[in-house]
Structure formats: C-alpha cells, structure tokens
Design a protein around this ligand. Structure first.
Ligand code: FAD
Length: 359
C-alpha cells in the first residue's frame, strides 16, 4: 500500500540533501527529504568542538552565508545550528528518523520503502536523489581487540584522557588534533602510530602542523612512523613495521597504553545503491553516473554529495565540490538551472516565481 507520494525523494539529510531540498522547495517541486537519523548526523559523529578545514564560504548552502563571530572556520556544532536554521527557514519537508531501506524501480516511478518507528512505509515518487554521504561507519582495521571497551573509532573529546596513556592510530587531521588536545588536557603519555613514513603537513590544518612539529621535537608526543597495529589487548598494542603503508612485516613491538583511538576514517555504505541496481566501480564502490546530470545507470535515480565518491579512500568530494551536483540534478529534473547555491549571495540572484513558471 502506498503511504504517500512525491515528485522527488531525497535520501540523506546532510548538507547536500538539505541544499537539494531548499532548491526544490524554491522551485515549488514536491519532495520529501528522508533522513535515517537527524539532520546533519555526520557532524554529530565529529569530535566535539572540531573546526572545519574549509572556511565558512566553502560550506555555505543555497546562497545563504555562514556568519560567525570571528570569521574563522566554524565548528561541527555551529554547522549543525546552521543546518537546523535552514530547515526551519524553508520549512523543509523533512522526515527524520526514517531510514530508506529499499528502492524499487518501476517504468514510471520508484517505490521507496522506509522504516518509520510505527512500521514499514512505501512512498511512490518519480525521481530519487541519493545524498547518503560517506560516513556510515568507521573504516575498520579488522584486527584482534578492535572491539575492546578501551578502543574507540569516535574521539569523544580530550577530557576522558587526563592522566592516562593514549595510543592514536592515524596521521591525518583527526589523529593530530586529538593528540594535541589530549596532550593539553594532561594525558600522561601520547603516541601516534601512522602507516606512512611521515605526516603530510600540507594536508594538516595550518595551526595544527606547527604545534605538532613542536611537540614532536620536544619529545612530548611519541611518533611511530611506518607502523600499523596488528593486535590490541587490554594492556598493550602490538605494532608492526610496514614498508608499503599497509602490509605488516615481522618486525613487531609492544606499546603499553590505557586507551586506543583508531582515527582511521569513515566509509560509505553502498548497499542501497547496489541493491537498487546502480553500477558500482573499483574498490571504492563509486557509483557510475553521467557527469552532466549526476544520473546513474538506473534512470531517474541521481547521486549527490560525497556519496558520489563511494567509500572515498582519498577524499575528492567535499561540501564545496558538491554544489554543482545539486545544480545538475535540478536542471535534469526541472530544466531550470538554480542560481542560488553554495556561497552565492541570495541578494544578488533572486529568481521570482514568475521567472520560474516562464522557464
Ligand atoms: C573531522 C572531520 C572533518 C571534516 N572537515 C571537512 C571540511 O573541512 N570540509 C568539508 O567539506 N568536509 C569535511 N568533512 C567531511 C564532511 O563531513 C562531508 O563533506 C559532508 O558531511 C558531506 O555531506 P553530504 O551531504 O554529502 O553527506 P553527509 O553529511 O554524510 O549526509 C548524509 C546523510 O544521509 C543519511 N543517510 C544515509 N543513508 C540513509 C538512508 N538509507 N536513509 C536515510 N538517510 C540516510 C545519513 O544519516 C546522513 O545524515 C569532515 C569530516 C570529518 C569526520
């Protein structure tokens, strides 16, 4: 039984799903924005008080600037407030806590099946936009002890680590930032194990890289380059050397610690794409799509945002590089190119309803 219907089902209430919804709302296109959890769920998984690498204009949506008090990069929490403000401002048709579990393509429409808290629901819609993002779960190492209680993939902030010994695995911004914050709150011993021979300082936030170099030079943080963990126990982690940044060799040693933070990143879950018949390529399971329209091999099913990169071993899709996905999909569905996207000022690009209808 069909519970409801709409022209476009947008799946995923992250920044790009929200920007897609605002764009359709402005054009008067009937849509539903389905979100498995809460709007901006990815930002609730960020460590508390983490700042964007991107500056505010790079994360602005739908032409509405991100104003803040100091004009610097905002935090995940500030962005959550911005996203909620957008939902309220446009009164978006958001169905939160309603994950989409299946999409069945028919010649003229899709049946989108969700799990509402009251039971399964089926919606009929003509188009589907998959904006499901790239942070469905942590990138697991699949080593013994990874699931022990003193091991986490989600950094809870520095406070739990006062006067404890912490081993951090990883060498990108999340690992470096956690190490510095924990050192400042008085962790008694911090070590970083990274599979590469050195940090890529160009890709580390500028204010962190100088600080890190200083701590390493002074021996305040221990660095184990070209190592990977092969086993975690309650008292120690066994680290092995690696030549290729991936495969452990026989040279191992034990590092004693109280806690382990595996800052190994996150990965998308591409199952819904696969089950709907979308062609996926490579180890990253990136969906195949027409770069002019973002339409996949399943007619009228589009991909937008970081989901376009699949599990993205190396990040190529960010918020700022995904605005044009919204533009292309809107054009493919309505024939209209939206003028208010990303950081474009709303004041300078007002499109009237008369103009929309005339188009
Ligand atoms: C510490 C950290 C720092 C970062 N810094 C930056 C930065 O500086 N700049 C930048 O651009 N990016 C940064 N990122 C990445 C950023 O989080 C992503 O670029 C951004 O979230 C992508 O937006 P999106 O809308 O494509 O997907 P997401 O924000 O991941 O949103 C996807 C949404 O889809 C929902 N969803 C998934 N499956 C379903 C389903 N079946 N049904 C319904 N809903 C579903 C999810 O719950 C989620 O809310 C950072 C990430 C981390 C972890």
């Amino acid at each position: 039984m069909i519970f409801d219907q709409c022209e476009v089902a947008i799946i995923g209430g992250g920044p790009i799903g929200v920007e897609m919804a605002i764009t359709l709302e402005r054009l008067g296109v009937d849509y539903i924005l389905f979100e498995a959890a809460q709007v901006g769920d990815a930002f609730m998984k960020w460590p508390p008080q983490t700042h964007f690498f991107s500056t505010p204009e790079h994360v602005a949506l739908a032409g509405i600037p991100v104003h803040n008090l100091d004009q610097r990069s905002i935090t995940g929490e500030q962005y959550l407030a911005y996203l909620r403000m957008l939902v309220e401002m446009f009164d978006l048709n958001l169905h939160n806590y309603e994950p989409v579990e299946a999409i069945r393509p028919y010649p003229e429409q899709f049946h989108v099946q969700t799990r509402h808290r009251t039971g399964l629901r089926t919606y009929a819609c003509r188009y589907v936009v998959m904006a499901t993002g790239g942070m469905a779960g942590p990138r697991l190492l699949h080593i013994p002890g990874e699931d022990l209680p003193h091991v986490t993939h989600y950094f809870p902030g520095p406070h739990p680590y006062f006067r404890t010994r912490l081993l951090i695995v990883g060498g990108r911004n999340s690992a470096v930032e956690a190490a510095l914050r924990c050192w400042r709150v008085g962790a008694s011993d911090i070590a970083i194990s990274y599979r590469r021979p050195d940090f890529n300082y160009e890709r580390i936030k500028p204010h962190l890289s100088g600080d890190l170099k200083d701590r390493l030079e002074k021996g305040e943080i221990t660095f184990y380059p070209s190592t990977v963990p092969v086993e975690i126990t309650p008292g120690y982690v066994t680290l092995a050397s690696t030549e290729d940044g991936r495969t452990p060799n026989d040279r191992t040693f034990r590092h004693e610690m109280d806690f382990v933070y595996l800052a190994t990143g996150f990965a998308a879950n591409m199952n819904l794409f696969e089950e709907t018949g979308v062609q996926l390529t490579g180890v990253e399971k990136a969906p195949v799509f027409d770069p002019e329209t973002m339409e996949t091999n399943v007619p009228r099913l589009f991909v937008a945002g970081t989901a376009a990169g699949g599990t993205q071993e190396r990040f190529t899709y960010f918020i700022s590089t995904s605005h044009d996905h919204v533009a292309k999909i809107t054009k493919a569905i309505t024939g209209i190119v939206p003028t208010k996207l990303g950081t474009v000022s709303a004041r300078n690009n007002a499109v009237t309803w008369e103009e929309v209808k005339a188009n």
